[in-house]
Design a protein. Structure first.
Length: 87
């Protein structure tokens, strides 16, 4: 029948879920404390090295590492309710 023709790459529900998750992540990051949000964006979205972030912000390297650690932990905690069934 027609089942063999179906393209498994086109699954609208998966695209919707991905878009919804992207929106949830954006909202969650926007709600973070400014200092955590700033280093998380610089590191994870802009790809900056910890050393460069420390230099740009004029803060110690250890502070950058601490803020990123706490930002990621906070993000994971806030997203956990949306991640049921995802391993």
């Amino acid at each position: 029948g027609g089942r063999e023709i179906a393209d498994s790459r086109f699954e609208p529900s998966k695209g919707v879920e991905r878009d919804e998750m992207r929106t949830i992540v954006r909202q969650t990051v926007a709600e973070m404390p400014e200092k955590q949000r700033q280093v998380l964006i610089m590191c994870d979205l802009q790809g900056m090295a910890y050393e460069n972030i420390a230099e740009v912000l004029g803060i110690p390297l250890g502070t950058v590492k601490s803020r990123i650690f706490h930002a990621r932990a906070d993000l994971a905690r806030r997203l956990k309710p949306y991640m049921s069934g995802v391993k």
